[in-house]
Design a protein around this ligand. Sequence first.
Ligand code: PGA
Length: 311
Amino acid sequence: MSKGLRHLRRVSSQQLRAFEAAARLSSITRAAAELHITQPTVSVQLRELAEAIGEPLFEAAGRGVRLTETGKVLHETVVELGACWQRFDARMAEIHGLERGHLRIAAVTTAEYFVPDLIGPFAAAHPGVEIELAIENRDRVVARLEKNRDDLAVMMLAPPHLDLEQVPFLDNPLVVIAAAGHPFAGKRIALSRLKDERWLMRETGSGTRMAAEQHFQARRFVPNVAMNLGSNEALKHAAAAGLGLAVISRLSLPVDLPRGNGAVAILDVMGFPLRRRWSVVWRRDQAVSAAARRFVEYLRASQRTQLRARI
Ligand code: PGA
């Protein structure tokens, strides 16, 4: 056993608590009241502590007590000990949090093309963490954030009315698609030339739709909207069937989709792709669990590796 610990063996935690309170309050009576024990008990604890140390710790001062020089040094040590113990507690919470944690993530629908892939290795590395993933459109993810239903949310456009911590971790290029063989496929075209085309839009409440509308408005472009569709898959099928053009996340399309081949083609429209990013966000007014913190670190690390290869 180390010398320090052998010394500590003669000292009890009750004695140290009594000492800390008496030192802080400069009074044995008040220390006893704070600790809900009798004054003689505190006096006995302090006497035993002084005997273990081998020197007096307090001296009388008016109606109260004050620390001797040795008492001051012991007080500093006790304060330090308290801080050390707090750090130990925090580390323990972290370890247990990751062994038996729970992680609730809400992700927007465009993120469903990569979030499950990301969760896989994380779940394998932390088998005790139970993970729940909810996939919703932006409006519904915002509603979940308002109700504080999840630990983390993955989205492109964070709502400005909530006080959120935000870590961008992946590019989300938004492209224009059309049926393969569309007359504009393979040509560079200005957005204005697409005003007579039929447009397919995601439903109201979708972040993809919001990003497309913001871009169109900034360019004073009014799309001829033929249809609103409630999912990225429906959007792709409708575009492939020649029902119109659509703005969609590049990550929702096959990685090796060659322009002009396959069921849909990515049109080379000026101003596109729209350069947006996905972020992981969480409420600043809520404590972040150890599992959530670890997942954010993991996302930051992943950003630099395999995910970029998908775009
Ligand atoms: P959404 O996702 O279109 O499914 O809402 C986009 C986003 O907000 O990132």
